[in-house]
Design a protein around this ligand. Structure first.
Ligand code: ATP
Ligand code: MG
Length: 396
């Protein structure tokens, strides 16, 4: 029998995981491991029920840590802090006031209702009486709130069972599938808006990510690298930690400039990125690459250019933003908290050359020949040998 005295209780709602068939246990087990790891060294216990998880966390664990953990753990659709008390109406009122101090009620505004389930029919009040009295209590505490029994923004739940359980409507989690359930990928992370969102999207499907950044110091500044590190840190909370590999790309870019036609520079650079990324992916056990490309966004992202870039990679290149428009990408970046960092004004790449008239409809065979003619392989090997690694924690 577990000992849950002096422990906080959270109800976690699951979505897609609960629709899984025989492999549901695998997803639940990974989710449980991810939550426990983030909360460690605080002791926690997890019980599973269909569509739900009960998380017990030792009292000394800061509530903020649990909230930050559940807000950033893929697989969590929503969660509520639940409080447990004796089945005595005065105690229930005291407990309800505590629930009102937490999210989402603590904003003190909006519409609400109280919903009671009374499994113990011997309790002194019936469900309707409990709902009415607790509703009055909410209005007394937050006079700006309004009752709406049909479409409330917030719900205060009360369950009268062996004890009384009180909790509020769930705070949103990020949904998706638990990190570590879908293999491993290498994210090409620039300092721009798109690639962090692409990483987030794939991580939300359970893919564990390493990241790779091509730095062209001194043509790109230390601040540009700092920005990429900040983005890696932001993503690492969602991704259960992340390693960022930084390749010094200056010599390769200068070589491209001297050994290919101006209109091919960008394509040649992207080809080199693919080659280096493939080698690092192989070393790190990554099965796919992930980029922030969207069809038609810039010259190097036309269908023809993407076909060429693809042909330079031996492993699949996942482009989760391929069909999204810029505004949708910006909205997601804002929502996941990477936007403000991404728009800082430091150039990330491509500053050594930006051709006036880049090729927009390249021919794969012609460009492959141009790439081979550059004879850049040895230089790219050197880039891989000299790669630097920075580790970012899953701590939130
Ligand atoms: P982003 O906003 O992600 O920088 P972008 O719109 O600027 O993308 P490009 O510069 O063409 O587009 O880059 C396309 C993709 O190539 C990026 O989303 C990223 O995945 C990868 N990439 C570009 N530059 C770098 C870099 N310096 N280091 C690592 N990956 C890069
Ligand atoms: Mg960019």
């Amino acid at each position: 029998m577990k000992n849950i005295e002096n422990m906080q209780l959270y109800l976690i709602r699951l979505g897609e995981i609960s629709l899984k068939g025989l492999n549901r246990r695998m997803f639940e087990k990974q989710l449980k491991a991810n939550i426990k790891l983030k909360i460690h060294p605080h002791h926690s216990l997890i019980e599973r029920e269909k569509g739900r998880i009960y998380l017990y966390v030792e009292d000394s664990c800061p509530e903020e840590l649990v909230y930050n953990t559940l807000r950033t753990t893929f697989g969590v659709v929503g969660f509520s802090r639940a409080l447990v008390c004796e089945k005595n109406f005065d105690r229930i009122c005291e407990t309800a006031l505590k629930v009102l101090e937490t999210e989402p009620f603590n904003s003190g505004s909006g519409t609400f209702k109280v919903e009671c389930r009374r499994a113990d029919k011997n309790f002194e009040l019936n469900s309707y009486q409990i709902e009415a009295r607790l509703g009055a209590l909410v209005l007394e505490r937050y006079p700006q709130m309004k009752v709406d029994v049909h479409k409330p923004e917030k719900i205060l739940y009360v369950e009268i069972r062996d004890m009384a359980y009180l909790y509020s409507s769930p705070v949103k989690g990020p949904s998706g599938l638990p990190t570590g359930t879908a293999g491993k990928g290498l994210l090409l992370l620039s300092g721009g808006i798109d690639s962090p969102v692409a990483g987030y999207r794939m991580a939300s499907r359970g893919l564990r990510l390493d990241a790779l950044y091509f730095h062209a110091y001194p043509y790109t500044s230390e601040q540009a690298l700092g920005k990429v590190k900040d983005l890696a840190m932001l993503l690492s909370g969602y991704n259960m930690g992340m390693n960022l590999f930084v390749v010094n790309f200056t010599k390769a870019e200068l070589w491209i400039k001297d050994h290919s036609k101006e209109e091919e520079h960008t394509l040649m650079m992207r080809a080199c990125m693919m080659k280096v990324a493939n080698r690092i992916a192989r070393k790190r056990g990554c099965q796919v690459l992930v980029t922030g490309e969207a069809l038609g966004q810039v010259a190097s992202q036309t269908l023809e250019a993407m076909c060429f870039t693809n042909s330079m990679s031996e492993i699949p290149v996942l482009r989760p933003l391929v069909g999204m428009d810029k505004q949708e990408i910006i909205d997601t970046a804002r929502q996941i908290g990477t936007y403000e960092t991404s728009i800082l004004p430091y150039d990330d790449c491509c500053v050594i050359f930006s051709p006036k008239h880049p090729l927009v409809k390249p021919d794969v065979d012609t460009e492959t020949r141009s790439f081979l003619d550059m004879d850049i392989d040895e230089l790219l090997d050197k880039c891989v040998e000299e790669v630097e690694m920075f580790e970012f924690s899953y701590r939130v």
